[in-house]
Design a protein around this ligand. Structure first.
Ligand SMILES: [Zn+2]
Length: 211
């Protein structure tokens, strides 16, 4: 079974997940941006003797990519980013500096992926969902056997992602959730980009934006 460790990093209180199985792991949306956060993440990885395989990025907003370069450089691994957010990622250097993350650099070890890309982690297939609305190329990563979905800023416990940023669209986001994400079983756990974990059943029945 997958083991999931969650960290809340940077001024945006972003959730960074280290997902492991045996001694292998990957990192979802690394938001670590300070020396302390880098150390906290490294300590968890080293003390659990984990070998990082890659970084997965749900979408390229600044709070979700801040630690990408640090990880790809430290472990000589690649980060997989949504292909249709290439332009957003290229612009992120300027955004990051604007938001006060002066030392931020984009990672050069990146590979762009789509919902049709084949991703495997330690023998487990990862299903990729394309869920635009919060950002134009937003992806979610789903593990069918473990019933776990890493869904970035699409949906939160009793809330949804904001749609007022460039490329956002409210109707598109609602459609992504209702017509794609909600095809998952009620007992699927959702690991969002901010706030506590939730599940499909809760959001279908209690989320005021979706009932
Ligand atoms: Zn976002």
């Amino acid at each position: 079974m997958l083991k999931i460790k969650s960290f809340t990093f940077n001024a945006f209180q972003e959730n960074t997940y280290v997902v492991s199985l045996d001694n292998k792991c990957f990192i979802v949306d690394p938001g670590n941006s300070s020396d302390e956060e880098n150390e906290e993440l490294m300590l968890y990885i080293s003390s659990n003797k984990l070998i990082p395989e890659y970084v997965l990025i749900t979408h390229c907003h600044v709070d979700h990519v801040l630690g990408t370069n640090f990880l790809t450089t430290s472990f000589s691994i690649k980060a997989y980013l949504p292909e249709s957010e290439k332009k957003i990622y290229d612009e992120m250097v300027n955004y990051a500096h604007l938001f006060g993350f002066e030392n931020y650099n984009n990672s050069k070890d990146i590979k762009y992926i789509t919902k049709d890309s084949k991703l495997v982690f330690n023998g487990l297939d990862i299903d990729i969902f394309l869920l635009p609305g919060h950002s134009p190329g937003h992806l979610a990563f789903y593990f069918d056997k473990d019933k776990k979905c890493f869904s970035g800023d699409v949906i939160f416990k009793n809330s949804i992602g904001r749609t007022d940023l460039p490329g956002g669209n409210y109707k598109t986001l609602i459609n992504s959730i209702k017509n794609e994400l909600f095809l998952l079983d009620d007992n699927v756990q959702i690991y969002p980009g901010h706030g506590p974990i939730t599940n499909i059943y809760n959001e279908k029945h209690l989320n005021p934006f979706l009932i």
